[in-house]
Design a protein around this ligand. Structure first.
Ligand code: ADP
Length: 201
């Protein structure tokens, strides 16, 4: 089974591309989704977070109050490290479990949708690295106009990620999503061909 890393800055179109890949029957492991799943009610990480940061990070309905946790965890490096020591091992374990499940199911390729693939050096563990490239100003426009995010928040998050030129250097396949959606689909079709070629080789 070949591992295909898919990455790009916030708002570059990762979710849009994974939607197209899934429609082609290519399985996707979604890193953001795993990060959410491991803190669902009943998961051990949620209880540990409450023990570390206080019970009020859990809402009345039992779900995690993300903003409340962020306010307590991102105050300094020590608290951030405490948060990471609770969540990271769970995320790693669950990610490995999903890769293994795909392999056991007989999949010949899996796409790992991971915003911080290059930031964390995980691109080196992939057989193929796909980077979606969109000018940062255009990403800000799309996220503000289409997803209703606050502009300052988007810019702060872009600044916290690895610079676009560094990410581009890591790419085996570069998808240019600066244009309209109609220009994206044929590039994904080509990517699917490339994945199928490589997984049969
Ligand atoms: P990511 O998952 O990388 O954060 P999304 O796939 O959610 O990015 O895309 C960000 C926003 O931009 C979404 O609202 C999406 O519908 C929109 N979008 C994606 N590609 C294009 C495009 N080529 N033209 C216009 N809007 C786009």
């Amino acid at each position: 089974m070949i591992k295909v890393g898919l990455t790009g800055g916030i708002g570059s179109g990762k979710s849009t591309v994974t939607g197209l890949l899934l429609a082609h029957g290519i399985p996707v492991v979604d890193a953001d989704q795993i990060a959410r799943d491991i803190v669902e009610p009943g998961q051990p990480a949620l209880q540990e977070l409450a023990e570390a940061f206080g019970p009020d990070i859990i809402r009345a309905d039992g779900s995690l109050d993300r903003a409340g946790l962020a306010a307590k965890a991102f105050v300094d490096a020590e608290h951030t490290a405490l948060l990471n020591s609770i969540t990271h091992p769970r995320i790693a374990e669950e990610t490995a479990r999903r890769f293994a499940a795909a392999e056991e199911a007989g999949e010949t390729a899996i796409v790992y949708d991971m915003p911080l693939l290059v930031d964390k050096g995980l691109d080196r563990q992939m057989d193929l690295v796909v980077v979606i490239d969109v000018d940062a100003e255009e990403r800000v426009r799309r996220l503000v106009d289409k997803r209703g995010l606050a502009e300052m928040d988007v810019r702060r998050r872009i600044d916290a990620q690895v610079p676009d030129d560094i990410r581009r250097v890591a790419a085996d396949v570069l998808i240019d999503n600066n244009g309209p959606l109609e220009a994206l689909a044929p590039q994904v079709d080509e990517l699917v061909e490339e994945i199928r070629r490589r997984s049969q080789a």
